[in-house]
Write a protein that binds this ligand. Sequence first.
Ligand code: NAD
Length: 473
Amino acid sequence: MAEEYDLVVLGGGTGGYVAAIRASKLGLKVAVVEKGKMGGTCLHRGCIPSKALLRSAEVFRQTQLAEEFGVETNSPVLNFVKVQERKQAIVDTLHKGVQGLMKKGEIDIYEGFGRILGPSIFSPSAGTISVELNNGEENEMLIPKNVLIATGSSPRTLPGLEVDGSYVMTSDEALNMQDLPDSIIIVGGGIIGIEWASMLADFGVEVTVLEYLPTILPTEDEDISKEIMKHMKQKGITVITDIRVLSESLKIDGNVVIQGESNGETYTFEADRMLVSVGRSANVTNIGLENTDIELDNGVIQTNKYYQTKESHIYAIGDVIGGMQLAHVASHEGITAVQHMADKNPHVINYDQVPSCIYSNPEAASVGLTEKQAEDQGYEVKVGRFPFKANGKALVFGESEGFVKIIADKHSDDLLGVHMVGPHVTDMITEAGLAKVLDATPWEIAETIHPHPTLSEAIGESAMAVDGNQIHG
Ligand code: NAD
């Protein structure tokens, strides 16, 4: 007997499970279909485990610097097995938390692979969902009034390059390495590549980053990419830009040898392992899109601003629709979609107000337009900058690298973008996000009293600097 639901969510990642909770709070009868573990990529193969490893790398790095703080230690020794155990314990705790939330919300979980079968007499609007259960039992049929596709994305690789999981890895396999290599080649200097480069260098691994474009972190403000590049080099990382990796040249023989081509010259690189971090592709295969009128463009599902696909009762959110592939974006899109299906008049997401964060050392964070984007859009800009080396708390922390950069419209004073590199900026960017939501001007940010001594004073000073009024610089 098929079970009926107001909403069936395909995918229990951050986008899917948050949407399911909101739907349940709105009184909908909800089911989630998840082929792996509730929590999805962010919890099991992304944000959380990678940040746990980055934190161990940070502690290891800081312990080596302990003498600077007047704390004498013997030479610290890294126990990578314990590093991995700690990471797993954090993931397991959060996994239990998500499972508990599902129970509390009386949300049914189907462990298996869900496929849309297309409109039927039972479910003329949204289409019946068939679930191929992980336990091998006969497929379960679900009849939803609405469907939310939140199937996420998977790591891309290069054409012809086989990921064997031990010598050639994506972030999925790298997160479960049981030991550290002496050396690694990282193909792709985007967010994943740079977070891993920073982490592995802090663990003492010899790292080479090969980036196709002329700059690492190509979507960031130019000053941010340059600053991070400088710090990656200071860590001893070799960063080579403008290079095309020749995947067909890959040789694995106890280590990895691969060639790259730059300006007509061919270069050879050799390391113990290789990490491929060249972007992620939407998970759209086998989920039954061919049984619907749903449209794809460039491999991602097309939706309107309420995340409705061409089939008005089938919504899609998160990495599977492209755009900013971030967990907090997926969850907010999920909330908007659910509010729309429940006729709750949702707020439309303004992507200019969404912060994005890079958890390298030093960290980077930003919201809004880069300086170049602002200029390309015809704004005449004024820019305020403030370096952390002039901030007391940063000096106390012993982490005074980086700066805050604020970009505003010269004529209207509108805040266009905020970009930061430095200590704890991934936590501090929320102030800039709030300023964007409230349409605050740099003057209003500067009028906000930032407590002393805090790192956040750098935001206040940078806002003052937009009009040349900074105090400490
Ligand atoms: P990305 O798009 O951020 O970066 C990929 C990089 O690889 C780009 O710089 C690109 O120019 C380069 N590249 C592409 N083809 C190449 C080639 N053949 N040779 C060399 N370089 C090549 O992708 P990613 O780093 O894999 O991350 C995937 C997604 O996951 C991103 O959208 C990112 O936002 C998200 N993510 C976010 C966080 C975070 O918020 N902290 C962390 C990890 C991942």
